[in-house]
Write a protein that binds this ligand. Sequence first.
Ligand SMILES: Cc1ncc(COP(=O)(O)O)c(C=O)c1O
Length: 453
Amino acid sequence: MIRKTIIADFFTTVSFSQFLQSLYLMTIWLPFLRYWKDLEKVEWELLEHIDYFYNKTLKDERKVVSFYNWRSAIYHTLRMIWVWWKDEVIVSGYNCVSVSNAVLQSWAKIVYCDVDENNLRLDFDDLKSKITENTKVIIVQHTFGKVLNVEKIMELASLKGILVIEDCAHSLGTVVSSSGSLCLKGKSCIKWVVWRKCWDFAIFSTGRDKSISGITGGFLVVNNSDYFRKVEDIKKRQKMPSVLLVFRNLLYNVFGYLAYKTYDCFELWKVIIFLSRKLSFITEILTSSEKNCNFSEFDYSLPNSLAYLVRKELYKIGHYNYHRRRLAKIYNAKFCDFSYPIVLLKEKKKEVLNYFRYPILCKDRQDREELVRFMKKRWIILWTSWTWKNIVPVWTDLRDAKYERWTCRVSEDISDRIVFLPNHKLVTNKDVSDVINLINKYYGNVQAWDNKW
Ligand SMILES: Cc1ncc(COP(=O)(O)O)c(C=O)c1O
């Protein structure tokens, strides 16, 4: 019998239905591959989803515009705000290089702010110390779906006349309630009532490694009427990707699914991935020029077929989140009595997290490496993409990303110790039980086990 490997993050957003949908889009649906009605519908459906208070009046008070991905959206937002080489944009010190690249390409000066080790939010004291008279924008990142309590940042920003952009790339599906009633309907919300007069832009992502996948996709929500016309102009200037590029995106779902299904079958998955990459059948999440921060193609729009996928996924977001939360609760309950591993994301009152990732902290880098090896020997592959460096992935050139070592010590420390447990939609209760047993065995944690969850 072939032993099943439990994978924390490997084509985890691809499912059989997405595999079929992508085939359908490349064949029967071919005439609508790039242009059709889904493009327009997806924008309002997404806004409706994120905004519990959505109604006709508010509809006129904000705009939502789709982009090829999150990075294109932030790039154009910063160009629209008209940042210049002297202007500083503050971002989280624990971040993805695609964010650094887009900020640098917009000509702004990037400033990294350290994070709080308990919840990965921007460290308020460090933030205050990094604000100068040249600070023009603060990008508030809701890392791994934990929406920050940003009132303090908003207050500070409005006092100093700084624009706030919310990076909601990880937080689609998270619900935060100011009144305690917003969790109804399972819709996501970004504290609209409290913040709508404060924050200016929020950007969501539907990339393949996010909480729902349209393979790629970025959505800019504008909450500041001064920018409505400008954002319309940007939309008009966008270029539609070629048929080939759209095909390469869709093929990701096809090859990804085949690779996942053959993971335990004589290393066949490696052949599939190697060939599809080598022959450029699929698109990459990050290009090598992005890792060196000199990628500047931000003008593509979202094609209709990918908008179609996003719409399909939006219907399922509640289901995905329910599954991930359920698994996270099991992990939380089983680890809470021990010193290690440290559980990073805990839900607070009036908060429903999407648990798009389930991170834990080890003692140090060596401990993390040993844990990963220990688990791998036992057929469990933990996810390590946001480890090794605080500007991920590991191949990022920190000098090109304009990050100076030791300027965000907590972020560096976190990236050494963090690792992610399997929690995607294909992970079962039994898988979770195996993972918990092994991790507790590794740390010598003793507990009376039962698997009746
Ligand atoms: C926090 C964060 N923001 C933005 C992005 C960029 O999203 P996209 O892939 O849609 O450009 C990423 C990418 O992983 C990210 O982790």
